[in-house]
Design a protein around this ligand. Structure first.
Ligand code: NAD
Ligand code: UDP
Length: 332
């Protein structure tokens, strides 16, 4: 298939591009490089052993999206492009609504003009809000608690309306849990700007000596060691989940949502220990106050992905840490 990846130069997009290209698809990257490196498209091409066309443009430029869809005879779109930092979304919500909501509307308009009606959307477990039960399945009520989460939920609902308006649409919202890790080569990975908000990139920078110590946000949660539990999923597993979903949509119309997680939760201290083992470095940490808005535990019920897509995560926590460390060492 010919597949356009908006946000294809980003963290999850770059790994998915590689997996789709290696599976024999013709992949086109569409990215404005607002949060990615201009060298990434070349890197993916060299890793895939074939040139992936790259369009540097904004998804809100509907005419440019339409042009790319036409020129490359696109069959399906994977929509990663958007902003993703929860704290920033509280500070600059208009930017988040403009990019995440308007960006998706613009993409849908372009797709409709050229009758491309197969779409995978990057959603997030954040749409579930405070977990009412664990593990979280797709029937769990949704309740976004910050502007970022609300943009994801609004887009999911908007896509549902679109699918109901015309039976030709095939739309899948993939709710990611906590993507971490990198391609095993360490050539592509997550490249946070400034001080990382997320746990894994922060730990990696402590291990490499870029930062002095980790702050563990709370050790008084009702969990075995008192620290927060999350469902960390290897980005290559996540990328393979997208390939399985693209395949699924070839024979399924309508709209659906699927969790992409492992079903296994790890605490902050589990992550520290695993990274120490993978890197052979000590990770100094201090216990700090809970971070506002954090939930004690969040992990997926991944049964629907297995049932519908025939996909499940296979890589271990050690794989996640080892590949993150490899990427970190290549960076510095
Ligand atoms: P990322 O920032 O690395 O990738 C997003 C890419 O989109 C970047 O390359 C950026 O330059 C591009 N982009 C942003 N706005 C654009 C626009 N208007 N036009 C064209 N390109 C644009 O982020 P990521 O971690 O790869 O996340 C990809 C998607 O997955 C996002 O939608 C994010 O909300 C979602 N998601 C990510 C996580 C996570 O923890 N990383 C978790 C759940 C969901
Ligand atoms: N966390 C932490 N120190 C950090 C960053 C995160 O203790 O510097 C904890 C956080 O409180 C949560 C877990 O690590 O329990 C995962 O946080 P992250 O921001 O990576 O993901 P999310 O909050 O989106 O689940």
């Amino acid at each position: 298939m010919n597949i356009l990846l908006t946000g294809g130069a980003g963290y999850i997009g770059s790994h998915t591009a590689l997996v789709l290209a290696q599976a024999g698809h013709n992949v086109v990257l569409f990215d404005n490089l607002s949060n990615s490196d201009a060298a990434v498209p070349e890197k993916i091409s060299s890793m895939a052993g074939k040139k992936l066309p790259f369009v540097q443009a904004d998804v809100r430029a509907t005419d440019l999206v339409e042009k790319a869809l036409r020129e490359h005879r696109i069959d399906a779109v994977v929509h990663f492009a958007g902003f993703k930092a929860v704290g920033e979304s509280v500070a600059v919500p208009i930017e988040y609504y403009a990019n995440n909501i308007h960006g998706t509307v613009s993409l849908l308009q372009a797709m409709q003009r050229v009758s491309v009606k197969t779409l995978l959307f990057s959603s997030s477990a954040t749409v579930y809000g405070l977990p009412q039960y664990l593990p979280i399945d797709e029937a769990h009520p949704t309740h976004a608690i910050n502007p970022y989460g609300r943009t994801k939920l609004h887009v999911e609902e908007m896509l549902g309306d679109v699918a109901r308006s015309d039976a030709a649409w095939r739309i899948m919202c993939l709710r990611y849990f906590n993507p971490v890790g990198a391609h095993e080569s360490g050539m592509i990975g997550e490249r946070p700007n400034g001080i990382p908000n997320n746990l894994m990139p922060f730990i990696a920078q402590v291990a490499s000596g870029e930062r002095e110590r980790l702050q563990v946000f709370g050790n008084d949660y009702p969990t075995a060691d008192g620290t927060g539990i999350r469902d960390y999923i290897h980005v290559m597993d996540l990328a393979e989940g997208h390939a399985a979903a693209v395949h699924y949509l070839q024979s399924h119309q309508g709209w659906d949502v699927i969790n992409l997680g492992t079903g296994q939760g790890y605490s902050v201290l589990d992550m520290v220990r695993a990274f120490e083992k993978a890197s052979g470095r000590g990770i100094p940490y201090v216990i700090a106050a809970r971070r506002p808005g954090d939930v004690p535990a969040c992990y997926a019920n991944p049964a629907k992905a297995k049932r519908l897509l025939g996909w499940q995560a296979t890589r271990s926590l050690d794989d996640m840490c080892a590949s993150t460390w490899q990427f970190q060492r290549n960076r510095v």
